[in-house]
Design a binder for this molecule. Structure first.
Ligand code: HEC
Ligand code: HEC
Length: 344
């Protein structure tokens, strides 16, 4: 007996982080869905909740989000948009080590460490756990009438972005179900919450009173963003711009390649009509650097804060980067990289 328990303890010690938080007997593991814990504690399931995942629907949702439509006969059929796919603007992976972190510096660091795009939209990972969407200043772009129904209803938020942000059409009921199944496959797991051992023990404890359950529900919800804030800011005033003279070149390179070139690249249809995007072409860097002092569409300082509007003859547009998705100092990093490359 003695021997066996030593072996068990040694095993737990060796597997480190993965199990260190689970020394007490708990019904949960790292991959337990946060939504199922909340529901077990008595929280009400949201309207978009999907209890049992249907893998066929997950697959169809995956095609819609990643390829633009259900995939049949070697191609995406009946595309949601002729101009964009959802992953032009949204990641499908976590964007921070823990789900309560929305700092642009740690988001960029995480993107570099995990080799992920760095995009103007919020990640779809954990989106079914949120309780509000299109927060902050998005109302300024889309208007109250469109935003209000979407702010507390995920289905409406998806429809808004399918039609407006993607310059496409709304999803059919079948497509919506598929997309909800796929998004549920990337819901938050216990490992995404930065919980102390004591907090984990409290959440997992047997025989909790109603009061303790309510407290644990609040505790869990405090560990992830209920909605992503979005603040639109004006471009850095000309007099305050560093014009590429100061900034972190590695960050700037990453932003250029994993954010700007995510759309502005010759392989992408999104940028059919844009003026730069051959990637490493020095012409592009010289052209971009020549506009640093301007406040118009050529200037990286200006365009990141204003984006472009979708027009009849140019339906593809550039989204506004909120300050949460690209900070002023990250724009200076980008400018520093562009200037350095323009001189090579
Ligand atoms: C051209 C860029 C673009 C495309 C394409 C796009 N989106 Fe978005 N989407 C945005 C931006 C910008 C926001 C607002 C910022 C944010 O995500 O928090 C947004 C927000 C959302 C939100 C609310 C997110 C939240 O947490 O507040 C949902 C849901 C959404 N999009 C779904 C979709 C779906 C589904 C598609 C594909 C059919 C899609 N989007 C395509 C740019 C885009
Ligand atoms: C979601 C896709 C997308 C992303 C990401 C994006 N752009 Fe754009 N951008 C566009 C589109 C589409 C246009 C063209 C709009 C038009 O012609 O009206 C554009 C236009 C521009 C223009 C105006 C000149 C031109 O090429 O037409 C500049 C400059 C620019 N973008 C810079 C950037 C920079 C810098 C970044 C990265 C911080 C970036 N863009 C990220 C889609 C994107």
């Amino acid at each position: 007996m003695f021997r066996r328990s030593t072996v068990v303890i040694a095993f737990i010690a060796c597997t480190g982080f993965a199990t260190s938080k689970f020394l007490q007997p708990t019904p949960y593991d790292r991959d337990t869905a946060v939504s199922s814990i909340l529901i077990a504690l008595g929280d009400e399931a949201p309207e978009h909740y999907i209890g049992t995942m249907d893998m066929e629907k997950v697959g169809m949702g995956k095609d819609i989000i990643n390829l633009g439509g259900a995939y049949e006969n070697g191609g995406a059929t009946n595309r949601v948009s002729e101009h964009f796919v959802c992953i032009d603007c949204h990641n499908i992976q976590p964007e921070a080590p823990f789900a309560d972190d929305n700092n642009p510096d740690s988001r960029l660091k995480y993107s570099i460490e995990n080799n992920q795009p760095y995009l103007p939209g919020s990640t779809f990972y954990g989106i079914t756990n949120r309780t509000s969407w299109f927060n902050g200043d998005h109302e300024r772009k889309y208007g109250k009438e469109l935003i209000e129904p979407a702010r507390h209803d995920l289905v409406n938020a998806i429809q808004l972005c399918s039609k407006e942000c993607s310059v496409g059409r709304m999803l059919t009921q079948e497509e919506m179900q598929a997309v909800l199944h796929y998004l549920t496959s990337m819901e938050l797991k216990l490992k995404d919450l930065n919980l102390s051992e004591a907090e984990l023990a409290s959440i997992s404890a047997n025989g909790q009173t109603a009061e303790q359950k309510a407290q644990n529900i609040r505790l869990i919800k405090s560990k992830y963003l209920q909605g992503y804030p979005a603040t639109f800011v004006e471009e850095i005033p000309k007099k305050e711009r560093k014009m590429g003279e100061e900034g972190n070149l590695d960050n700037g390179k990453w932003i250029y390649e994993k954010s700007c070139l995510h759309c502005h690249s010759p392989q992408k249809t999104v940028t059919d009509r844009t003026l730069f995007g051959t990637g490493k072409d020095q012409k592009d860097f010289k052209w971009l650097a020549s506009y640093f002092k301007k406040s118009n569409g050529g200037s990286v300082y200006w365009i990141t804060r204003h984006g472009t509007a979708s027009k009849e003859h140019i339906p593809q547009y550039m989204p506004i980067y909120s300050k949460e998705k690209l900070s002023d100092s990250q724009i200076e990093d980008l400018a520093a990289y562009i200037l350095a490359e323009s001189k090579k």
